[in-house]
Design a binder for this molecule. Structure first.
Ligand SMILES: [Zn+2]
Length: 414
């Protein structure tokens, strides 16, 4: 019996090796020469999704405010009874595409990974609880939309100037209609259309009064919002992406006659367009990560206080892009994280470096992007191993409880 107890005690002590955890101090850092590659933290290639490290790509939510323009004298748009549900369904169906893995048809026989976008849209609830982010405006003086022809007014900004709302943080989308005289004309094309205005707002044009099928315009909405997020038409040269080939921009197979090569890229004018290329997804995430940009201002700032979506690393990873996490970051034993760009940790959250893990700061900045306090870097230690901190070529730690805790770098020998 005694022997059994002794064995039990030994087994227990082996399993409950004591671990201590404490806030890192300046003396914990080892200073090493930075021998890594120079990093361009804005390069969109660095934002392409790495599916083996999805914890570092939290899903981003673009906040939308939907405006329905109409006239009481001659209603042509959504009605207030069915309209809100139709618009909500449109957003839901657009998100279904953003969430789905779609293989690209062009370039032919490509083996690009079919990626989800790690991006969604949401109708932003209003600060006023009686409003739901969908706004109906009845205005007899607002011009109808003329997409083409002598009197085209695609660039007319009257609607935005009069009805823009919280546009410092919400992307305003206006649902407007073609001029009724144009609709009656046989030569004027009156299909669904969209216009994006830089990073400021967008117009959706259609026969909203007869609108029954929200899925029919989801591709237009995705296309226009993607313009806001720095995507260009992909059938042309110089769209900023090498993985989107130049092609004839056919609408469909044999439409126009003779078309045999049809793209399904969201930035082409095609009946099939629902897919994003890896580079395109990277460009959108680069735009959303750039601090003080308009594109980022529309994104729900889940990085400020976090969503308790914690990140873990179990292998080696070099952060060559600006990253906003939404919870704690834990470096597991044996892992190595090199921070070369901005890394934001939410309010009240921390980085923990477990025994045998390494955090290397190589010119990066660890902070809270909203200026809130985060808890700082914690190193854990057992009897034999501890978390490692390496400083290579500088870097900064800001907004952390306990301060910067970085040692002074040795003077350069050059
Ligand atoms: Zn376009």
């Amino acid at each position: 019996m005694k022997l059994y107890l002794l064995f039990l005690l030994f087994a227990l002590s082996a399993c409950t090796q004591s671990v201590t955890s404490r806030l890192a101090e300046s003396t914990d850092w080892i200073i090493l020469e930075d021998t890594g590659e120079q990093t361009n933290c804005n390069a969109s290639a660095n934002y392409e999704i790495d599916t083996t490290h999805l914890d570092f790509w939290p899903i981003k939510y673009v906040r939308l405010g939907l405006h329905v323009m109409d006239r009481t004298s001659r209603p042509f748009s959504f009605d207030t009874i069915n309209g809100p549900d139709q618009l909500k369904t449109l957003i839901k169906m657009s998100n279904d595409i953003l969430a789905k893995r779609q293989h690209l048809l062009l370039p032919k026989d490509n083996n690009y990974p079919a990626l989800t976008t790690r991006m969604r849209y949401e109708i932003s609830p209003d600060v006023d609880p009686t409003k739901d982010g969908i706004y109906f405006h009845y205005d007899e003086e607002m011009p109808y939309h003329m997409h083409n022809g002598k009197f085209q007014n695609r660039g007319d900004g009257k609607i935005f100037n009069k009805y823009k709302y919280r546009n410092d943080s919400i992307l305003n989308v206006f649902f407007i209609a073609h001029h009724p005289d144009s609709v009656a004309s046989k030569t004027y094309g009156t299909g669904n259309a969209g216009v994006a205005f830089g990073s400021r707002y967008l117009k959706m044009v259609g026969h909203w009064h007869d609108f029954q099928k929200p899925w029919e315009v989801r591709k237009t909405l995705l296309h226009e919002i993607s313009h806001i997020y720095k995507l260009n038409h992909s059938w042309i040269k110089n769209d900023g992406c090498d993985d989107t080939p130049v092609h004839k921009n056919c609408w469909n197979y044999n439409s126009p006659a003779g078309c045999t090569e049809v793209s399904n890229n969201i930035m082409d004018y095609s009946a099939l367009s629902i897919a994003f290329s890896p580079c395109q997804v990277g460009r959108m995430h680069a735009a959303m990560s750039r601090e003080k940009s308009k594109a980022r201002a529309y994104v729900k700032p889940n990085w400020c206080e976090g969503t308790n979506q914690h990140a873990e690393l179990q292998d080696s990873f070099v952060l060559r892009r600006e990253t906003d996490l939404e919870g704690d970051l834990t470096l597991l034993p044996g892992s190595y994280l090199e921070v070369r760009c901005r890394l934001s940790i939410p309010k009240g959250h921390r980085i923990t470096v477990l025994p045998g893990a390494t955090l290397a700061l190589a010119g990066g900045r660890i902070h809270n992007s909203c200026g809130f306090k985060w808890e700082g870097i914690f190193v854990e230690r057992t009897k034999r191993r501890h978390g490692n901190l390496i400083l290579m070529g500088g870097g900064s730690i800001e907004d952390a409880l306990g301060g910067s805790i970085l040692p002074d770098l040795l003077p350069s020998t050059n």
